[in-house]
Design a binder for this molecule. Structure first.
Ligand code: ADP
Length: 436
């Protein structure tokens, strides 16, 4: 800058000297003053321009100018472009960060020093009924008035989370809330929807309680018989009778454990692949043979295989599910009743397996629940016929694993139809041998 000024002043001096040499010294002075004024005006104009672009934040596109001004404006333009780039980058980062927070299934509320809402994620609408736009700057306890939460906030001991039973937008929720202090006395409130977790936990607890109860009953009976055999002088006939009764109880326990193992296997193994073809006609013949020996001639059992379709899936699972429905029909149909086992096509390309009986039927209020684990309409009848309460749960599970649906139609005192509907993705139309 200094050098340029020296050059400039030197040029004026030189021009004035030349002027003075050819004309007169007075004109040379006027000429110098004129050049200096010109120069001052030019500088002022450029200073004004600089001030204006800085004020208007309009630094790009002002490269025109002479000498140092050209350089000032072009440097400013480069810097402005860099800043603009940095701002765009930061904005993008910020947007990405907000998108990531919004993608989380957990709610996030930022609170200021007075516990007023500064910002919250969209999911908070569902969890806490807080609207990110409407409720900004509101005190959190003004919106979340649950006494447990108000107490949690006033105690200010945030080492443990708070479990809250809360009426969310879409129904009752179990929420896990925790506050994390940060920065200058600010707080971060996290909300997690644990409804499904809690429900699963309670299902698991019920299941363990049910299994324990189911095992305790035969064990208690068995224990009683063992004490009788040990302590009493019994005749040979009596001894045999007690041993038979004990054997019945231990078989019951064995069946229960076996069915529990089937359910565990179904729960934990991957869905049966569509690669192995299960020949349904053969499978049904075996099931009906087993059923006839269980019925011991007490029922009329008919078999109709009207479809030639097979199923892509797991044979052992289908055998267990199909067999279970027939066993139930035999157990819940009085002597002389009729049972019809059928395999037929359905219009959309699928196929349907059904077992209909003329048995005791199920009252409408129980129908939706009979597939629950350990649910029985008549506990003692189920137990007397060797039931565990797990049969239909297994059938439903197997159906689901084969993309099929279990349907139940029943009329109390008239009979029931249990059917498993397979969709066309699971059927294979290869020919099977005709049944006689
Ligand atoms: P269980 O071992 O008790 O039979 P399931 O899960 O197989 O257990 O069946 C659940 C309940 O559904 C049974 O206890 C019974 O009350 C009812 N049920 C099942 N099949 C039939 C049927 N064919 N007719 C009438 N009731 C049935």
């Amino acid at each position: 800058m200094g050098l340029r000024a020296i050059y400039f002043l030197g040029s004026i001096f030189l021009l004035s000297a030349v002027w003075a040499h050819f004309f007169s010294a007075t004109y040379a002075l006027y000429f110098s003053i004129f050049l200096l004024v010109l120069c001052i005006l030019y500088q002022s104009w450029n200073q004004y321009r600089l001030l204006k672009v800085l004020k208007d934040d309009d630094l790009i596109g002002h490269r025109r100018g002479l000498g140092i001004w050209q350089e000032i404006f072009s440097n400013l333009e480069i810097k402005a472009k860099d800043w603009r780039q940095e701002i765009l980058h930061s904005e993008l980062e910020y947007k990405r960060f907000i998108q990531a927070v919004q993608a989380s299934p957990n709610g996030l509320v930022m609170l200021d020093q007075e516990d007023h809402i500064e910002w919250c994620s969209n999911i908070c609408k569902e969890h806490l009924r807080i609207d990110p736009m409407r409720d900004a700057r509101q005190p959190i306890t003004f919106l979340l008035r649950h006494p447990d939460f108000v107490r949690y906030m006033s105690k200010a001991n945030f080492t443990q989370p708070l479990n809250l039973d809360f009426m969310g937008v879409n129904g009752n929720l179990m929420l896990l809330l925790q506050v994390f202090p940060y920065g200058e006395n600010r707080k971060l409130l996290l909300s997690q929807d644990v409804t499904i977790l809690k429900r699963n936990e309670s299902i698991r607890q019920d299941f363990v309680a049910n299994v324990s109860h189911e095992l305790r009953t035969p064990l208690t009976v068995l224990n009683g018989f063992l004490e009788t055999v040990r302590d009493l002088q019994l005749t040979e006939v009596e001894r045999k009778k007690y041993i038979n009764l004990m054997s019945t109880q231990s078989s019951r326990m064995l069946t229960l454990v076996e069915e529990l193992l089937i359910l565990t296997r179904l729960d934990s193994s991957p869905i049966s692949p569509k690669t192995s073809v299960v020949k349904i006609a053969d499978l049904m013949q075996r099931i009906v043979d087993d059923g006839k020996s269980l019925s011991n001639g007490n029922h009329i059992i008919r078999l109709s295989v009207m479809s030639k379709k097979n199923i892509l899936g797991a044979e052992s699972e289908l055998f267990s599910a199909f067999g279970n429905l027939l066993t139930n029909a035999i157990r819940y149909t009085p002597e002389g009743g009729t049972i019809h086992v059928c395999w037929e096509d359905v219009q959309d390309g699928g196929a349907i397996y059904s077992v209909s009986d003329t048995g005791i039927g199920i009252a409408p209020e129980h129908i939706a629940r009979v597939t629950e684990r350990f649910y029985r309409v008549d506990r003692s009848r189920s137990r007397d016929t060797g039931g565990t309460g797990l049969g239909l749960a297994i059938v439903k599970h197997v159906a689901m694993r084969h993309s099929a649906v279990l349907n139940i139609e029943s009329t109390l005192g008239v009979g029931s139809v249990f059917s498993i509907m397979f969709n066309k993705d699971r059927v294979n139309t290869a020919e099977v041998k005709e049944l006689a």
